[in-house]
Design a binder for this molecule. Structure first.
Ligand SMILES: Cc1cc2nc3c(=O)[nH]c(=O)nc-3n(C[C@H](O)[C@H](O)[C@H](O)COP(=O)(O)OP(=O)(O)OC[C@H]3O[C@@H](n4cnc5c(N)ncnc54)[C@H](O)[C@@H]3O)c2cc1C
Length: 448
């Protein structure tokens, strides 16, 4: 399908309040613009529903006319899956309700809410979900692929804190999905929910009480200290308890020079947490340092530059392979124009409390996500930077698993096994049940 059937549009206007943005308009261009500026997709149109009845009407009409669609939340999927060419985009940005029940430590979050909006709403009660640190990521979108953040080693992935999904399935049925109701879908939505089984309207989560202040921040060194810092990093994370969550990053510093950093939080006492960060400070003189005892919400608002083109590859890592240290430092020293970064997201801790088959998220036995990213301040990533990313990932390959994190979706990969591994067949069966005409665009529908 290259254009929307006229009858579909006419009927949509009759049965719903949806706002429709057609190609060749300024609004359409803004609506299909996503975080990754390298994405240049051309959906059939963008439709903005205002309430769940709109979504039901929209999905039923899409079934009638066999219109393929995708769902857009915060627009941070780096492969552009939420604005896929040839599909109708259902833009959930009008769904902004956050309903907190501080006594029961629960919150209902609608599909257009962003990380910083939920953190802001939770702050007065000192409550939190283990959300990622990028303010403008969609809460629901990131939940559907797992959701890793500063609090994940303590409180699990975001999906581990879901009580209920409200969803309009691929056939247009409004369902409440819990452990007890539609348990097959409850399993699949926790890890493989992005763009597969329906349009999630809202999620009901349990929240966690967090201390008024936590110790954390960022320390950066020049790349020449990289070997010492990363070796210490692996040794620290190998022994760390669930209170410690530290990222390691090799990439350009604020001033643009090649550097290595650790950033994260420690939920232990002030003294113990400070001692942990001090052990890093003792390694070499840092070039930048911003650590202290402060509000968790302040630490959450890490700064991410907007308007960049991104080329992102990732693999999971099991264990704490110290051999990776040299590979990372060498790769970073060869990065063209310092326009790339290599990052380790720690896993472990409470993420391992569930087994890999209890949810669709199959990667729980791993200890890190290793990403290599080309970043360019334009609307494309130059070939030489892409080549650097691919060469680096090849060099890391011996220490990595074959699996990748679905939330860091690879624009070029077309094999769903790398995200879902031996859950793939079960997930495809579930897709046939809840989206029998394969109308919703997600990783499973683009795969070979
Ligand atoms: C700068 C940056 C930092 C990040 N940091 C982290 C991090 O710390 N931790 C982490 O876990 N991830 C992180 N991510 C990854 C992010 O969580 C995923 O890209 C996530 O899918 C983004 O959700 P979104 O709603 O913003 O994106 P979108 O592109 O709008 O959606 C992402 C996917 O979810 C689907 N989807 C969205 N809403 C719905 C819905 N209501 N119903 C059904 N399907 C839906 C879309 O179709 C698409 O496939 C980061 C990404 C970026 C770019």
């Amino acid at each position: 399908m290259t254009i929307l059937p006229k009858l579909f549009l006419l009927q949509l206007k009759k049965v719903s309040e949806c706002q429709i943005y057609l190609p060749n308009t300024k609004e359409y261009k803004n609506k299909v613009q996503v975080y990754n500026r390298a994405i240049k997709n051309f959906p059939l149109a963008v439709v903005e529903p205002y309430n769940k009845n709109d979504v039901v009407a929209l999905v039923r009409l899409a079934n009638k006319y066999r219109v393929r669609f995708c769902v857009k939340g915060g627009g941070h999927n780096t492969a552009g899956s939420s604005v896929q060419t040839g599909t109708l985009v259902i833009d959930m940005s009008k769904f902004k309700r956050i309903g907190i029940n501080p006594l029961e430590k629960r919150v209902i979050v609608e599909a257009g809410v962003l990380n910083n909006e939920l953190d802001d709403a939770c702050e007065p009660y000192q409550l939190a979900l283990p959300l990622g640190t990028c303010n403008s990521v969609g809460v629901v979108g990131s939940t559907l692929g797992g959701g890793v953040g500063f609090l994940s080693r303590k409180f699990g992935l975001v999906i581990d804190n879901v009580i209920k999904f409200e969803i309009v399935t691929g056939q247009g049925k409004l369902l409440n999905v819990t452990k007890e109701n539609h348990s097959d879908l409850f399993w699949g939505l926790r890890g493989a929910g992005a763009g597969h089984y329906g349009v999630v309207i809202s999620i009901d989560y349990k929240l966690w009480k967090i201390p008024q202040k936590v110790y954390g921040g960022t320390i950066s060194w020049s790349l020449s200290a990289g070997k010492k810092v990363l070796t210490h990093y692996f040794n620290v994370m190998k022994e760390a308890d669930t209170s410690t969550f530290l990222y390691a990053y090799a990439g350009p510093s604020e001033s643009g020079q090649a550097s290595v950093s650790v950033f994260g939080i420690c939920l232990q006492s002030k003294e113990k947490s400070k001692a942990l960060f001090d052990s890093f400070l003792a390694l070499a003189k840092p070039i930048e340092k911003n650590i202290g005892f402060r509000s968790y919400y302040e630490l959450q608002s890490a700064h991410y530059n907007e308007g960049l083109a991104i080329y992102w590859k990732n693999k999971f890592v099991k264990g704490h392979p110290i051999e990776l240290v040299d590979c990372i430092v060498n790769a970073m020293s060869e990065c063209p124009e310092n326009m790339g970064g290599i990052m380790l997201d720690p896993m472990g801790g409470a993420i391992k409390n569930l087994t890999k088959n209890e949810t669709a998220f199959i990667h729980r036995e791993n200890d890190y996500i290793l990403s290599c990213t080309g970043i360019y301040s334009n609307d494309y990533v130059p070939k030489k930077i892409k080549q650097w990313v691919n060469k680096s990932m090849q060099e890391f390959g011996g220490y990595c698993q074959s699996t990748s994190y679905q939330n860091y979706e690879d624009q070029e990969a077309s094999d769903h096994n790398q995200y879902f591994s031996h859950h793939s067949a079960r997930l495809s069966k579930l897709k046939k049940k809840y989206d029998p005409h394969n109308l919703i665009y997600g990783i499973l529908s683009k795969s070979k």
